[in-house]
Ligand binder design. Sequence first.
Ligand SMILES: Cc1cc2nc3c(=O)[nH]c(=O)nc-3n(C[C@H](O)[C@H](O)[C@H](O)COP(=O)(O)OP(=O)(O)OC[C@H]3O[C@@H](n4cnc5c(N)ncnc54)[C@H](O)[C@@H]3O)c2cc1C
Length: 354
Amino acid sequence: MGPDVDLLVVGGGPVGLVTALRAADAGLAVTVVEPRRGPVDKACGEGLMPAALDRLGQVGVDPDGHDLAGIVYTDGRHRVRAPLTRPGRGVRRTVLHAALLEAAEHAGVQVRHTRMVGIEPGDARDRARPARVRTADGQALTAAFVVAADGLHSPTRRALGLERPARPGARRFGLRAHYAVAPWSDGVEVHWSRDAEAYVTPVADDLVGVALLSRPPGRFDAGWTDFPALAGRLAGSEPVSAVRGAGPLRQRVRSTVSGRVLLVGDAAGYVDALTGEGLTLGTAQAFAAVDAVLAGTPLAYARRAPALGRRSTLLTRSLLAASGQRTVRRLVVPAAARVPALYRGAVRQLADGR
Ligand SMILES: Cc1cc2nc3c(=O)[nH]c(=O)nc-3n(C[C@H](O)[C@H](O)[C@H](O)COP(=O)(O)OP(=O)(O)OC[C@H]3O[C@@H](n4cnc5c(N)ncnc54)[C@H](O)[C@@H]3O)c2cc1C
């Protein structure tokens, strides 16, 4: 007898559902295990770059939101803008998740509302030894392949011993909330202060999201005292959504594959939210993981995964290294303003997910 399902996806966030949709499109029987009933909200800057939008379109998802035409860096005194070559979109997480869930239902993806509590990876080279997943409702399912998209603190990554210890150094955290204010900019604005970055994403004609990235202790200061330009824009308005947080952001992996289990999205490791490429990279990993599953070779994904988004990861790391030292940090926005071609080239690479 064969396994219970062709593909079991652990985690029904955006990357898990894109994986499920892509696999279902290819004719696989897919089950998603996700404890939360949607639409789920989460700390996110909510800026979808064009490459992420392309891949969502390829799985039949076109969520409502606000067009993004560019990315602005500002420190209050300097301001530099990089236009996107094609529009991105600011999309509320709840809107994105609802659209993905609806598409999954149409595609015949089975969603089981329970938690993965135990996993055996099976043998990548032996079809007779599938992966086995135990769930909190006392069930055990066998799967020809498992894709784990269970987020930043991935229980699957931990259970399989795929985590790498964090490097010593400052840990960064993200917080976000929304303000009922008409967007004043045609794209994402990243405000740099002495110690933190606040980035603003228009998500509707009357709503902006503000994500704050900082080292601990994270604090969502509704007065925005460290960001005078932003404080002026948000003066008199209070957050209209709950403040949500995530972190520590940096997560490292030993490998993205164990046996018949493939890690995608934040579960596959994360650098930082500063460049907002999480869903661009996550959707690329989802597509690559499904390619490997269809070919029956999980190790092909392990070989390919590090190259996905390599350049964007490098850019994020370099920017983080610079932003971690106060003297250099002060120069980031002025330098981008002085050499706008370099800044625009970097943004183009991030937006195109290369
Ligand atoms: C402050 C901040 C700002 C960001 N801004 C942007 C941005 O502007 N643009 C962008 O593209 N990215 C951004 N990101 C990154 C983006 O939010 C993530 O990359 C993205 O959410 C990853 O999706 P995912 O599906 O991998 O994980 P998640 O969205 O975290 O989903 C994981 C799912 O797994 C489920 N799960 C957990 N444990 C289990 C279990 N045991 N069994 C089954 N299911 C389980 C959870 O319930 C959850 O639904 C930002 C991140 C932060 C923190």
